[in-house]
Design a protein around this ligand. Sequence first.
Ligand code: ADP
Length: 252
Amino acid sequence: MSLDIKDLSFRYSKRAPLVLDNVSFSLNKGEIGVVLGKNGSGKTTLFKNVLGLVKPTGGSISFDGKDLSKVSRRERAGYIAYVPQNVEFGALSVFDTVLMGRMPYFGLRSGKEDEEKTYSVLNEMGLTDLASRNVEELSGGERQKAAIARAFAQEPELMVFDEPTGNLDIANEQLILNEAKRIAGEKGIGILTSLHDLNQALAIGDRFFFLKNGKLLHSGGKDIISKELIKEVFDADVSIIDHEGKMIVVNC
Ligand code: ADP
């Protein structure tokens, strides 16, 4: 087991309502877990708890048996990478931005291996031509890719992505999802991500966590997904069809 969330509750302030209410689930190494739910259901708040950006009101989050509330921010950054929805960068080149992902591995100066890793990730991500550009001058989608590349270069044990495909065109969506799937499988990295597109979720997810009003209504493999579940979680009417053995969700 790698990530274990147990009875997690969270409120932003003393008198505010619970935004996460008794959430429990686990994610194994090498698995992609997709958190799904309407806007405001608590997905980002769940990620902030896992990242230690906020402190749980109740319950616990552990990683490989270690209670994350007892681990320093720096130590946590060594094994968990986070790509938030809107990434803010300093005025660095794309190369240096991705190289920063290697920081947990080097002290003050990067080594040859860090630079080689950076080149290889830039290449896999189709970012080589942008390597010397200032990251602040890129389009939203290109910046998003650079942020994801930085997380890939970090080779953490767990990656947390908040809507990673939000700014991307369809080709880049496929690139990111395929790379995420490949990296999870080959390197045994756990990935916890939100995705608003159910078909993207079905394409890459191993485990699905459905949140509604901060409660985990359902969790499990693909087999739990049905039009009734989607109606319950999203208040939306859909059909689920079979296309060459793949489940496809269509609006209707
Ligand atoms: P999602 O990522 O699923 O859209 P969020 O986790 O962002 O949901 O939000 C869950 C709930 O927490 C919402 O009701 C939102 O208004 C509230 N919330 C989010 N951030 C804050 C904050 N910084 N302070 C107070 N309430 C917040």
